[in-house]
Every structure is written in C-alpha cells, then in structure tokens.
Write a new protein. Structure first.
Lengths: 230, 237, 291
C-alpha cells in the first residue's frame, strides 16, 4: 500500500457520494497517536488514582509501568516521521491552520455547545477542521512534546535533581488530565455523537459521506471537490 | 499510645558511623545502602575552625511529602510517628525520592523498592530502642515517648542548644558555636507540592470530570430525543 | 609493620629471619612474611583476659563459635608452652584465670559474663609509699641517665623540621576504623575505604592540587600514593593522614593497596629511656600524580 495524500482519481469517480478526507499516512499517524495515548492514559492513571493502584496491586502496577514505557515508545517515535514522510504538506497545513481562528471559527465555538447537546443550531461554515477540532489539535500539538519530554525525563529521573523531577511529574500528570479530557470528548464525538459520527469512516477508509462533509466542512468540501456548493 | 521523638547530641557524636553499620545489619542492607549517614561539616579558616558531624536520614515528618506522593500507599505515617514503607506495595517509582526534603530515601535496585529508615518501628513496639540508638558508643542518639511524662526524653530535649527540626519530632543538640544552618531545614510543604495538590490536580480532575460529565449529558440528551422521535414518528433531519 | 615506622626496613628484616611465626586474626603484613601462621580466633569468637580500668571491670567473651579452625590467643600460648615442655605453668583454663583475677572483687565470673561490665570498690593508691628510693614520685632519677638519657626528662628537637617544600607528616586515628585491623571489614570498608592526605589550601593551590586528586607523598623512607583533601583543618606546614591504610597484603581483598601507609614514611625511632615509639619525626614532599 502506497502512502499517499493524492485522492485516488478512479476511486473518486467510482464513488460520487463519498469524499476522500484523510490520507493513509494521516490515518496511520492518527491511530498510532490515538491508540498509544489511550494505552498511556489508562496505564498512567494507575499512578494517579489510588483506588486504581490498589486494584492492580504491585505486580499489576509493575506490568502497567512496562506497558506504559512500550506505549511511550510508539507515542514518541512513530507519529511525526509518518506525517513527515507520508503527508508532509497536509500535516504542515494542519499545524498552521490549527492556530488560525477566523470569524466563523469563533462563532462556531460559541454555538457548538448547542449542537453537542443535540439542540437545534445552524453552525457557521468550517474549513478542513472545525474550531473544536482545532482546539483539540492545539492541545495535541503542544501536549505531545510536553508529554514526551517530561515522560522520558521521568524514565531517567535519576539524572535530574529532586525538585526538577517533582515539577516534571506535576506537568506530566496535569497535561495528561487536559489531554485526557480532550480525548474523551473527541472519542465520543467521533464514535457516538449522532451529528459527528458519520465522519468516523474518514479515519478508517479515508472516505466520508459527501452530504456529511458538505454539512460539516463546507469551505473544505468546496475546495476539495471543486464543486462549489453556492 | 506512644508518640516518639528522636534526639541526637552532635556535641558528643564521635563520627564513628556505628549507627550506619548497625542499621545496615538490622535491616539486612548491602554496604552501598545506608539509611543513616554521618557527614563531617567544617567551616572557618585555620586555626579558627568549627566542625561537627551531621546525620543524613529520615526525620519522620509530621506530614511526610513522600507519603503524599506515593501512588500506592506503600509509604504511610503511623500514629506513633515513624513513617513506614511497605515493600510489598512499593513499585519503585521513586516519586518519594523526589519529594523527600532530606534526601533520605534510597532505591534498592535489586528489590526494585525504595527504602528508608523505619525508626526501627518494630523494635520500638517491642519496647527496644532503634539499632542506631542501642549501638551509639557515646550515647549521642536517644529516643523517647513524648506522651509519657516520666520519659527521660523530656529532660534530654530541654537541654540548651537543642533545636527541633520543624515539622518533625527530631531534636538535635548543636555543639557550641555551630549554627542551626548545619541541620536539615524545617520540613514544610514545597511550592510544587502546593501547586500540584491545590491547583493542578483539582483543576486537571475537574477538566477530566467535566469532559466525562458533558459526554454523559450529551448522550442522555440524544437518547431522550430518539425516544421522543420514535413516539412522534418524525424527526428534524 | 605499618605501625612501627620504615615499613620497607621491617620487610627486609623479616625476610632475613630464619623462622617467623605469626599469631593473627587475619592476613596482616607481618603474617604475610611469616613462615608459619597460627590463626587466632576473632574477638567475637574467643574469651579474653578480663580488663580492668580504674574501678571498672569488663570482659570480652565469645558470642559465636569460631567459624574457622582457629584458637584463642591464650589457647595458642598454652599449646606452645606444652610443646616447649613448660606446660605446667599454663595448667588452667582462661575461665579459671579470670575467676581467680575476679576473686578479690567479690564478683563471680558468671555474674561478669552476664553483665559484661561491673564496678569494683577501688583500693586507693598509696602515693606516700611508692617503691622508689625516696618513697615519692621522682622527676629526677639516676636511672634515666643510666638508660641513655639525662637525669631529668628534657625536650629533644625533632630529627627534621618543615622547610620550603618539606612538610611535617602527621597521622592520627579515625573513629570508623581500629588501627590497621578493620580496613578489610566490608561494612567498615564501605564507610571509609581509603585515607586522604589533608593539606592546607595555601600548599595545594600552587601545586594545583584539588580535593580528590591523587598525590604522591615521599621522603627518604618511602613513597605513598593517596587522594588529597584540601582543607582549612590543617596547619599550612603540615600534612595529615589517617593511620592503618595502604594495606600491602593481597589477601585483604578489599583493603589491598587502598590509601596510604603512614608507617612507610616514618623512621624507626625509639625514644630514649622509655623506649616509646617515636613518631611525627618525618617531613615529606607532596606532588600531584593524577586527577
């Protein structure tokens, strides 16, 4: 399987009701990041919540520690090279646009809460990623290096002074809380939320229903399909 | 019940390190691990010198930060004072080493456990003195029960030049002309402990709990909506 | 050999002897040069003669059975005496000897063994009836002159004085080790594996010697290598090291060649009259030999 961000033209012609949203590299990077994070979050929680620690017991915690380190390896090493090799332009675009919020984005953030709880609302048109996803992206883009640096410092904590280790530990745990909160929301939206979950296939096959893309990412849909909808 | 206090008279400590070795024997430690260490402190210029021996060990804090950060509860404070480590619960994460204000904890790589002075809690409970106290050749080390009005420890800690390390039940008698500064600083909550316990942890848990709560609420809203929709036989899109 | 000065000369002397028999608890340097070694039990394995200091009587008694095939010092002497045909003078056990010693104090051996230490009513010394010709303590004595001194004790200048690069060598004892006998005990070796040469910053500075650097200490008697400790705790014209280190016996696996032997740098010197060991009568030069 070639890693490409090119829309398979023949496939696009064969599936007029679908839009190609995520390249293979983006999907691999996403799932590596997502699955390793979930593993890290669960195993890491064992050291933050005492009830969980007691449940696992000493052997369980030692095993969790081992899994945490293996997960950290995937979390640290794989995501960025995959993006750089396989989706350099798209990833660069993603990082750049994640920090740009236009008028529509700001309005989206205000109105999104209504949509989230199933209330009727007309959301403003969005680009390839909506403003909520941008917030999640910012957390991941900034949180990833924070977790990676502090995490590996904790693996080799003997090399640092006790005061540094204490701060590093606090930052690592706090950032994990924030990322965990973002991830809970993200997983719910992507897999359960009735308005958002039709897009789930974007991260499996790469394709999303055209009607859904049009409804959720109108600006991107227009430029990606070359079919301006208005 | 007993409430133990420790005392060490630095003005008569000979620096023989018998306490270190007795402790190692009592706790079956290898020679590279010591729960109590004796350092020589010296200041001034010849011939105006001041010198003393200073111990480095667990001072059994009233509010031990090592116990606060222990994820498994392996380290805990007893009602009588001695801070204990349950080896069977310790996972060797070393958070306690970072949190200890006295540098008094040692990682035992072979056992993958962090160890420290137990104040010989087992011996105290059996009515004996800790190994270091029993072996001390000059009688510099003493231990006593503060709750027992007749315990000689009250007289011992009332001697002149005797200081208590704040936040602990450890008393030191300083040699003449030696300042309090040679001793470990008082045990108090560090900035990072405060930041973590009072700001970062509650805020982080709030964020996590908030996200989980919002998700549940949203899911409930959609369930209610779909039940209503089935009843009404028509939806909104 | 480490305690009597000029270790190199002692080694040569021992090598010249036809028969050297050593009684020791470990492979000391002297035992190393002996033709025969009579291994003595460690102090925790043997019964010693009771010890009296002022009004205090104490006993050193075995707490374990000998681990190896060793005997107590008294048993060795007893055996040698028997072999030499004078066994009748040692026809008693150490316990019987101690019991006899203890007799007049009113304490019994089992009592002393149980307590470890007892107090006895001391008999005040009769200072007015001393066994001297005058019956008094004598500060002036013909005997001193006959023994090679003067009738009155006088001060004799040391053989050598610090000057320029030559620094007075001093040594002393530390509380962690007992003389030269515990350096190879693992627990104590871990506390203090080697000695250091204390020297004043004003001496160390020009030679760019820092604490932890290796220095060579040398004079006409020997040459030793050890780590430096730059400290204000020493006079500028003196250097100091703890005694008992620089073990030359390879069988002391831990302590072997760790630190320096001050005994290698002193002359063999006996004070006149009292025949006490003369120490502190050496100067040395110090140079940096490694970081």
């Amino acid at each position: 399987m070639a890693i490409t961000n090119q829309v398979p033209r023949a496939a696009a012609q064969a599936r007029p009701d679908m839009v190609y949203r995520f390249s293979v590299a983006e999907r691999i990077a996403h799932w590596n990041h997502a699955l390793s994070f979930i593993v890290l979050f669960i195993t890491g929680s064992a050291l933050v919540f005492r009830g969980f620690a007691a449940l696992l017991g000493r052997d369980g915690l030692l095993a969790a520690g081992l899994v945490h380190r293996v997960g950290a390896g995937f979390f640290t090493v794989l995501t960025i090279p995959v993006l750089v090799i396989g989706a350099r332009r798209l990833a660069g675009e993603w990082v750049r646009t994640s920090f740009q919020f236009d008028q529509d984005d700001r309005r989206f953030l205000v109105l999104f809460a209504r949509d989230f709880f199933g209330l009727k609302v007309k959301l403003p048109d969005q680009g390839r990623f909506n403003a909520g996803e941008k917030i999640n992206s910012i957390l991941q883009i900034l949180g990833w290096p924070a977790m990676v640096i502090t995490g590996w410092m904790l693996v080799w904590k003997d090399a640092f002074s006790p005061a540094v280790v204490q701060w590093v530990l606090a930052i690592h745990s706090f950032t994990a809380f924030l990322l965990g909160a973002a991830v809970i929301g993200h997983i719910y939206l992507a897999s359960l939320h009735p308005h958002a979950r039709p897009g789930f296939t974007g991260m499996t096959t790469g394709w999303v229903p055209a009607w859904w893309a049009k409804g959720h990412y109108r600006k991107w849909y227009d430029s990606a399909t070359g079919r301006p909808t208005r | 019940m007993a409430r133990y206090a420790c005392f060490m008279d630095l003005s008569i400590c000979a620096g023989c390190e018998s306490c270190t070795v007795a402790c190692q024997n009592k706790n079956d430690l290898t020679a590279d691990i010591a729960f109590t260490k004796i350092h020589r402190y010296q200041e001034g210029t010849f011939p105006n010198l001041k010198s003393t021996f200073v111990p480095n060990q667990c001072l059994h804090c009233d509010n031990p930060p090592c116990a606060d950060v222990c994820p498994t509860g392996a380290t805990y404070k007893t009602a009588e004072g001695p801070v204990q480590v349950n080896d069977k619960q310790c996972i060797g994460c070393k958070y306690c080493i970072a949190a200890c204000p006295f540098g008094a904890r040692t990682y035992d790589a072979k056992a993958h456990v962090v160890k420290k002075c137990s104040e010989c809690y087992d011996r105290l409970q059996a009515g004996k003195t800790p190994a270091c106290v029993q072996t001390c050749i000059t009688g510099a080390r003493q231990v006593g029960n503060l709750d027992d009005a007749n315990d000689p420890i009250h007289k011992v800690i009332a001697q002149p030049n005797t200081v208590k390390v704040g936040g602990t039940n450890f008393y030191f008698k300083l040699p003449e002309g030696i300042a309090r500064t040679v001793l470990p600083a008082d045990s108090k909550e560090s900035a990072v402990t405060y930041a973590w316990q009072s700001i970062l942890q509650p805020f982080g848990q709030m964020a996590l709990g908030g996200a989980a709560g919002a998700v549940l609420l949203s899911a409930a809203a959609f369930v209610v909506k779909s039940v209503k929709k089935e009843g009404d036989e028509h939806g909104d899109h | 050999m480490k305690s009597s000065g000029d270790s190199a000369r002692w080694i040569k002397a021992l090598q010249k002897l036809e028969l050297v028999v050593a009684i020791d608890t470990q492979m000391s340097e002297t035992a190393m040069y002996a033709h025969y070694i009579l291994p003595e039990s460690h102090y925790l394995e043997r019964m010693d003669v009771i010890s009296v200091a002022s009004d205090t009587i104490s006993i050193r008694q075995p707490v374990i059975k000998p681990i190896n095939d060793t005997k107590s010092g008294y048993e060795i002497i007893q055996g040698l005496a028997k072999a030499c045909g004078i066994g009748e003078y040692f026809n008693f056990t150490i316990e019987e000897y101690n019991a006899a010693q203890l007799g007049p104090t009113g304490w019994t051996l089992p009592q002393l063994e149980e307590k470890g230490l007892v107090k006895a009513a001391a008999i005040p010394a009769a200072y007015d009836k001393l066994p001297t010709s005058s019956g008094k303590a004598e500060l002036v004595h013909e005997g001193f002159a006959k023994s090679g001194g003067t009738r009155v004790f006088g001060w004799v200048p040391p053989k050598t004085q610090p000057e320029g690069d030559k620094l007075r060598l001093l040594h002393g004892h530390i509380a962690v080790h007992s003389n030269g006998y515990t350096q190879n005990v693992p627990a104590l070796y871990a506390r203090m594996p080697e000695n250091e040469l204390w020297l004043h910053p004003s001496v160390a500075g020009p030679k760019s010697i820092k604490t932890g650097d290796y220095v060579e200490v040398a004079n006409e008697y020997g040459k030793e290598r050890l780590k430096a400790l730059v400290t204000e705790g020493i006079r500028a014209d003196c250097v100091w090291m703890a005694h008992g280190f620089g073990t030359m016996s390879p069988d002391q696996h831990l302590a072997y060649k760790k630190g320096a032997n001050d005994g290698a740098l002193y002359p063999i010197l006996m004070t006149p009259v009292s025949a006490a060991l003369g120490q502190g009568e050496a100067t040395v030069t110090v140079r940096k030999v490694g970081g």
